[in-house]
Structures are given as structure tokens and as C-alpha cells.
Design a protein around this ligand. Structure first.
Ligand SMILES: Nc1ncnc2c1ncn2[C@@H]1O[C@H](COP(=O)(O)OP(=O)(O)OP(=O)(O)O)[C@@H](O)[C@H]1O
Length: 291
């Protein structure tokens, strides 16, 4: 799938600007960004619910807007599906079968049994966790190639969360689907995603393979007799300061900066494990505003 130079304006307000990336089959891609960055709008555009003001979304080089049958290859699971709560599970499957003719009912029943989900007359009577699992079951049963999920684990207990993450990883490994997840749960994404796309103010701020990210950034704890040398302050990102101890992120000129630190005779200088959250704060933090 290719998101090709997509911009979206709503009521003359620019929400997305020139978003451009591709999604490889068989991968899990995390879309992250601060509240209001444009993640949901991007997912809704990628699935064809919203038309882009400029740009296109392509599957195998064909526009999903000019060839609407391509939308059968994409399914979007929003963070709450309140509109469908008065349907029974059977009605839902019937409805989805109209939209996704490849929906595999045997696979659906298999997944329902696996997650101990009973058929029910009103989906609204499922608990929040059951609803989340049910919509994932439906999504995977459609056999769509691209599964777009908005905050799939929001509000779920730890056990259900683990079930959700497990099914995502298994589906990608066995059925060659791609899963695109918008989430604030950076710890979970770090655990399952291959790639992370960071969105800031409606634009792609950065994109990383998680392995590449870990190789390109160094997180360290340093302390000096007095303050952090001025020459270093401008060249590193300070993640945290407690008294004289700084937790810093070094993203470029690693060797040169490490040399400078050592020359300044630090009281303490040690590597720390880097998390996606550190990178999020370094790349997307800064001001306190939410758009
Ligand atoms: N229909 C709409 N009309 C006007 N503005 C909108 C509309 N939909 C979204 N926006 C605005 O677009 C911006 C991005 O919203 P969006 O919901 O895509 O962000 P998000 O990154 O998903 O946020 P969150 O993490 O809080 O869910 C926000 O400023 C929002 O107010």
C-alpha cells in the first residue's frame, strides 16, 4: 500500500500535509503522535472513508478512490464502534459479508471459539474487551490484506490485551496481512511493530525501523562535578534531569560526543536501554500544546 502525498483539509483547516509512505505486506506499522496530530484522520483517509484533498492511496499502483473494489482489501477498526451495538453477531457477519465477499465464515467461527466469544443478540451487551476482540475477529475473518486499527488495546485488561497482541502477531506471521496501528501505547508497539511512523502537526516527522532506531540512538546517564558542559548541552537531547544527573539521548556524531563527555571527566557515564517512549519525547515533545 502506498500513501502518496496525501493532504487533507477540513473546513479550510489543514489536518494532514503531504503524507507519503508505503506499507510492506506482512508488517506491523505503528502510527504514533501526540493528541490531535492527525492519526485518526490519516487512518480514515487510508481506508477511503475520507477523500484526500490532494494525493492518493494506492494498492498495487491502483487508486482506491478510482477503483473502489480495492477497498475490500482494507478494513478499519475504529476505537469505538458504538453505531453497531444494536446488531447481533450474526447480523454483523451478514453485513460484513456484503462489503467483504471474501469473508471466511469458518475462520470466523474458529476465532470466536478460540476467544470464547458467544454469539449474541446485541453486540452492545458484550463487555468492552469482548467487543474489541469481536471486531478484531471480524476484521481478520474478512481476509482483508490491510488491517487498520485505532487504539486497539485502549481500556482493555491485561489478559485481553495480551490476547489482542497475540492475534495481531500471529495473523501477520501466518496470513501475510499488514497491520497498521495508531496507538499511544508505545511499550506495546515497541514489542510488536516492525516500523514506526511519527506524525507531528499532520506531517510525517520521522519513520524508523525499530532495529535501526536502536542502532542510531544512544541513551545514557551522565553526571559531572558541576553542570552539564555547555558544549554538550546543544548537541544532545536532555530527557530528564535529577540534580546533577542527566539522562540524555545522543542522535548524531556519537563518537565525537562520547569523546567530549569522557574528556570532561564525568562522575558518572553509563549506557541505558533506549525505548520508543524516549524517542517520542525527543522527537515530538517540546511544547505543551495539543492541536
Ligand atoms: N471532522 C472534523 N472537523 C474539524 N476538525 C477535525 C475533524 N476531524 C479532525 N479534526 C481536527 O484534526 C486534528 C487531528 O485530529 P485526529 O483525530 O486525526 O488526531 P489524532 O492524532 O487521532 O488525535 P488523538 O491521539 O487525540 O486521537 C485535530 O485538531 C482535530 O480537531
Amino acid at each position: 500500500m502506498r500513501v502518496k502525498h496525501v493532504s487533507k483539509e477540513i473546513h479550510h483547516h489543514k489536518i494532514l500535509t503531504d503524507i507519503d509512505f508505503d506499507i510492506k505486506t506482512g508488517s506491523i506499522v505503528g502510527i504514533v503522535g501526540r493528541n490531535g496530530a492527525g492519526k485518526t484522520t490519516l487512518l480514515r483517509t487510508m481506508v477511503g472513508i475520507l477523500d484526500p484533498s490532494f494525493g492518493d492511496v494506492l494498492i498495487e499502483n491502483e487508486s482506491i478512490f478510482r477503483n473502489p473494489q480495492l477497498k475490500q482489501q482494507i478494513i478499519f477498526v475504529p476505537d469505538s464502534s458504538e453505531a453497531l451495538k444494536s446488531y447481533s453477531t450474526k447480523e454483523m457477519i451478514h453485513l460484513y459479508k456484503q462489503i467483504y465477499p471474501s469473508l471466511d465464515e469458518d475462520y470466523y467461527l474458529q476465532l470466536m471459539e478460540r476467544f470464547a466469544l458467544p454469539e449474541i443478540k446485541k453486540i452492545g451487551n458484550y463487555s468492552k474487551g469482548m467487543k474489541a476482540l469481536f471486531f478484531l475477529v471480524v476484521a481478520f475473518s474478512t481476509k482483508a490484506k490491510y488491517i487498520l486499527l485505532d487504539e486497539p488495546t485502549d481500556g482493555l485488561d491485561v489478559i485481553v490485551k495480551k490476547q489482542v497482541l497475540k492475534i495481531l502477531v500471529e495473523e501477520v506471521a501466518t496470513n501475510d496481512v499488514s497491520v497498521i496501528i495508531s496507538s499511544h501505547r508505545l511499550d506495546e508497539l515497541e514489542f510488536i511493530a516492525n516500523d514506526i511512523i511519527m506524525i507531528k502537526d499532520g506531517m510525517v516527522n520521522s519513520r524508523y525501523g525499530l532495529d535501526e532506531m536502536k542502532a542510531n540512538y544512544i541513551k545514557a546517564q551522565v553526571a559531572f562535578e558541576s553542570d552539564l558542559p555547555v558544549a554538550l548541552k546543544d548537541q544532545v537531547t536532555i530527557l530528564k534531569q535529577t540534580g546533577r544527573v542527566y539522562i540524555i539521548l545522543i542522535d548524531k556524531n556519537h563518537d565525537e560526543i562520547i569523546k567530549k563527555i569522557k574528556l570532561a571527566s564525568p562522575l558518572l557515564f553509563e549506557d541505558l536501554p533506549l525505548s520508543l517512549e524516549d524517542l517520542f519525547v525527543a522527537r515530538l515533545g517540546g511544547d505543551d500544546d495539543v492541536s
